[in-house]
Design a protein around this ligand. Structure first.
Ligand code: ZN
Ligand code: ZN
Length: 490
């Protein structure tokens, strides 16, 4: 037997927690060739607002430092792949191009349709944040344009080679979001006929209200594979979900409250509107109670859901708007809506409350006991949504740069979540018959560990689980994780 030529891929993760998704993969081939690529290129968003005391300012600086540079040479990448159109997965692509990357970025066809809106909006938010902090913006419209001109939309389920005979990629439909994909990367060693199969879940959900999610093909479940698995809700089962949204909204309208529903502009916003429509249809919600939609990006996406066939929305779901809904924008319209004393429901962005009209509504209504603010999804550490959660009624809370007393009712529900819960992720992993290794990522540090322990106990034949973090990378060969090592990332 001759000497075994080296053949492996090193996987490094930039995000320690939920935001800032980016995996750097460096594949080494027996013929000496190296192929480098990244999966996702997201913005770090945790803690961006905490600027007050020294400690928190330091944290914000870390966040800013993470966002400003990549701990690798941008122009050494061969290609990049995107799982879905959320800013924590795509928001740094323009910076990548600004810093010298000139290669292609591949994504699903719906994501290609949607992404320019996300990047333009992100550019605007970053410009405003930079202005407030007296620093230069992370990137400009020109950088966004440069990125957009290098994006390619790929059909689902069709394998394509990105490096001839060496790297093959397939996108599979994922219920997390319209356009979301699970990405299979197959790396072939031509000399030894060995294969390294990597499956990136991105953010994962098995179902979506707006389109059908087909089962993954049988051959995929039978591949010897390393799975890079998200774990946002790795500490929560479907039985832990408290369905309280309907009850709270209906009670709020009976109590004549002004109800503000912060929602992510893509997916959640449309889902909440549809939910209100179903309440009206059942006769539970009086259609005379006005519903307002506020948020420019959300309005753009809503229009695309209604009219853009490339998004793949099921035809019976293109009619999701409730009766008596009015889309508004601008401070004046907002003030008029707030000044009206009648009960109303305002669906608005951003989903975690930190930016956009949601922040304006919360600022104006947080001290009003006749207001109900109802969050509809995950609120990351450092966001306004999380801060309000940690503040009791009657206590002070900082909204933007103003201190207020929290008097409004603030509620949370996870029933709309676009992420699979722990038990569903375990079921997903158990459908694979030959898992070589699992890397748990995209979760708060303690959640990742908890979920990893659960995998060890509940997923068949898995004996070790990697915990992704900024200071570790994993060397994967066709059969297993060979070793984990320290990175030198800042
Ligand atoms: Zn996502
Ligand atoms: Zn994410």
């Amino acid at each position: 037997m001759g000497l075994r030529k080296r053949f492996y891929v090193d996987i490094q993760t930039l995000n320690n927690a939920v935001t800032g998704s980016l995996h750097l993969c460096v594949a080494k081939f027996p013929d000496g060739e190296t192929v480098r690529f990244i999966v996702d290129c997201g913005l770090f968003q945790e803690r961006v607002e905490k600027v007050n005391d020294e400690d928190e300012s330091a944290r914000e600086n870390i966040n800013d430092l993470y966002n400003r540079s990549f701990p690798f040479t941008e122009d050494s990448l061969d290609f990049s792949l995107i799982t879905h159109n959320h800013v924590d997965h795509v928001g740094r692509l323009p910076l990548l191009y600004k810093n010298g990357y000139a290669g292609k970025t591949y994504m699903s066809i719906p994501t290609k349709e949607l992404i320019r809106h996300a990047l333009n909006d992100s550019c605007k938010v970053l410009r405003e944040t930079a202005k407030r902090r007296h620093v230069s913006a992370l990137y400009t419209d020109t950088d966004v344009g440069q990125a957009l001109s290098n994006f390619y939309g790929m059909p689902y389920d069709e394998p394509f080679y990105l490096v001839p005979n060496k790297v093959k990629v397939t996108f599979f439909k994922n219920g997390h979001l319209v356009g979301a994909a699970l990405i299979l990367v197959q790396i072939y060693s031509s000399s030894s006929k060995e294969v390294i199969n990597l499956l990136f879940t991105g953010d994962y959900n098995k179902k979506n209200m707006f389109f059908k999610v087909p089962d993954l093909p049988k051959w995929l479940y039978e591949l010897p594979v390393t799975i890079i698995q998200e774990s946002t809700y790795g500490n929560m089962d479907t039985t832990d979900i408290e369905e309280c949204f309907e009850e709270n909204i209906l009670r709020g309208t009976r109590e004549q409250k002004t109800i503000v529903v912060p929602a992510f502009s893509l997916g959640r916003y449309q889902e909440v509107l549809y939910f209100l429509k179903t309440l009206q249809k059942r006769g539970a919600l009086d259609p005379n109670i006005p519903i307002y939609g506020d948020g420019k990006l959300a309005a753009t996406y809503t229009n695309m859901f209604l009219n853009n066939p490339n998004l793949g929305i099921d035809s019976e779901m293109t009619d999701f708007l409730p009766e008596n809904v009015e889309f508004i924008s601008g401070s004046e319209a907002r003030s008029n809506v707030i000044a009206d004393i009648h009960s109303k429901i305002i669906v608005t962005t951003s989903g975690m409350g930190s930016y956009g009209p949601a922040q304006e509504y919360i600022s104006k209504l947080i001290s009003n006991p006749n207001a109900l603010i109802h969050f509809t999804g995950y609120t990351a550490e450092g966001t306004l949504g999380r801060r309000l959660k940690d503040t009791e009624i009657g206590q002070d809370v900082k909204v933007g740069s103003i201190m207020k007393i929290k008097r409004a009712e603030v509620m949370y529900t996870t029933e709309f979540s676009a992420h699979a819960k722990a038990n569903e992720m375990i079921d997903f992993l158990n459908s694979f018959s030959k898992i070589n290794f699992i890397i748990v990522n995209h979760g708060e540090p303690e959640v990742k560990e908890k979920f990893a322990s659960r995998i060890l106990r509940e997923v068949n034949n898995v004996k070790e689980v990697g915990i992704a973090s900024r200071d570790t990378f994993f060397r994967i060969d066709p059969y297993k994780c060979v070793k984990s090592m320290s990175t030198h990332f800042q």
